[in-house]
Ligand binder design. Structure first.
Ligand code: SF4
Ligand code: SF4
Length: 130
């Protein structure tokens, strides 16, 4: 399950290896999909096994780090898509790919950067609540 982790510049996560501790202490394997660290408001998009979300959230909350489940997903409207391929080269996560001249989407790989949405000439891609 994809979750968003947000912490401020005061958070210990900037000075201490909180994420490494979270993995060691909870035993939960996390996968960092995207990170925007600028020192002020820092954001990470993390994939956590569904059964580990509560435990991971509890651990991070002890450090006053905000954890929010992602409730949206990229959707492709295959009826609108004209298989132009414009979105494929822009996708940093290989979530969009060509399969036998048809452009396909693997939502599980999406890191929600939204780059594909703006480039699509027929508005076949959008974020939707799940
Ligand atoms: S939002 Fe679009 S471009 Fe970005 S990772 Fe997801 S599918 Fe790829
Ligand atoms: S940019 Fe839009 S129309 Fe072109 S392949 Fe991607 S989803 Fe389909």
């Amino acid at each position: 399950m994809k979750i968003k982790v947000v912490y401020s510049k005061e958070a210990k996560a900037l000075k201490e290896p909180i994420f490494a501790r979270a993995i060691i202490n909870t035993g939960i394997e996390i996968n960092v999909l995207r990170a925007e660290i600028d020192g002020e408001k820092n954001l990470m998009l993390i994939d956590v096994p569904k059964e580990g979300v509560e435990k991971f959230t509890d651990f991070m909350n002890k450090y006053k780090i905000e954890v929010t489940p992602i409730k949206e997903s990229i959707i492709m409207d295959k009826d609108k898509c004209i298989d132009c391929g414009a979105c494929v080269s822009l996708c940093p996560a290989d979530a969009l790919y060509s399969d036998n001249f048809s452009i396909e989407l693997d939502e599980t790989k999406c890191i929600m950067c939204r780059a594909c949405i703006d480039v699509c000439p027929v508005a076949a891609l959008k974020m939707e609540n799940i």
